[in-house]
Design a protein around this ligand. Structure first.
Ligand SMILES: [Fe+2]
Ligand SMILES: [Fe+2]
Length: 293
């Protein structure tokens, strides 16, 4: 891969939230629609933001090759970058806040806490609450110098044909794997219904947090972490041919999780001081004192 990325190629978006805002445009809250609001009322669709999202996906689809994924996993899954007490890790993640985006009024931690609180309010198991609290921790990859398109964005399988259900799929024609006969067939390097555990997904914050948590949380929570940005499957069902029965079963949890991620954003911040004792207990129950990055 080219080592000569320009600053705008590293950070095409004014903030990571621009990608999430775009997700809301693609998958608006069905309840908001039911209340009779128009798409315009729901969200003001800014052309400049959409342009940067387009450029973001051009870069993502161009550079996320099979080899790129293998290389990133080799590097980051050593977890030799940093070790931090759990609660310090949230402070570290929060240094990601950008003031370049006037729309961004909530920091990363607020999004995590709103997600976990919405899950808790609905009475789901405590490990799902914990998955909510940690699901975007992998965005610290940006702080280790990774370009935005290797941290966020919809994830998709590499090593086999790209689905046209993936957002901006036309940009895959820029990806060298698109022309590689080993990779560009329906199954590519995989076999029918081989199970997602045998499939490489594009590299980003999902895969990273999954590996960080895999020894500590029950399997449904791990599926939520690992596949929460895999929209072409959990929303579009484009890769049923790679999933096995167990994946299908576990994706019920991924589907249950997704609305909490997308639709729990509120301008009102939860009262952290009041919630702190609960979350300290919860973290203690499942996680070690420090996390390795
Ligand atoms: Fe995420
Ligand atoms: Fe999220």
């Amino acid at each position: 891969m080219s080592t000569t990325l320009s600053p705008v190629e590293i950070n095409p978006l004014s903030s990571l939230d621009v990608w999430e805002d775009d997700l809301l445009d693609r998958y608006p809250d069905p309840e908001t629609i039911a209340e009779g609001k128009t798409a315009e009322e729901f969200r003001n669709y800014e052309t400049p933001a959409r342009e940067s999202v387009r450029e973001f996906y051009r870069l993502n689809h161009t550079y996320q090759t099979y080899d790129f994924v293998v290389e990133k996993k080799k590097d980051y899954l050593k977890f030799d970058k940093k070790e931090m007490p759990v609660w310090k890790a949230f402070d570290f993640l929060n240094t990601l806040v950008d003031d370049s985006d006037p729309d961004t009024d909530l920091d990363q931690f607020q999004h995590l806490l709103q997600t976990s609180e919405a899950i808790r309010a609905d009475g789901h198991p405590d490990w799902m609450v914990l998955a909510g609290l940690f699901h975007d921790m992998g965005k610290v990859l940006c702080l280790f110098g990774e370009p935005q398109w290797a941290v966020v964005g919809d994830t998709f399988p590499v090593g086999c044909a790209y689905s046209d259900k993936i957002v901006f799929s036309e940009f895959f024609s820029k990806n060298p794997d698109f022309y590689n006969p080993e990779y560009n067939t329906k199954y590519g390097v995989y076999s029918p219904n081989c199970g997602l555990r045998n499939v490489q997904l594009s590299w980003g914050h999902d895969e990273y947090i999954y590996h960080m948590m895999k020894d500590y949380l029950p399997e449904p929570a791990l599926y939520m972490l690992r596949y929460h940005s895999f929209y072409s499957q959990h929303r579009e069902h484009a890769y049923d041919h790679l999933m096995d029965d167990h994946d299908q079963e576990m994706f019920k949890w991924v589907n249950l999780f997704n609305p909490y991620d997308l639709y729990s954003k509120s301008p009102v911040a939860p009262d952290w001081n009041q919630l702190k004792p609960y979350y300290h207990q919860l973290v203690k129950k499942y996680l070690p004192e420090t996390l390795k990055f």
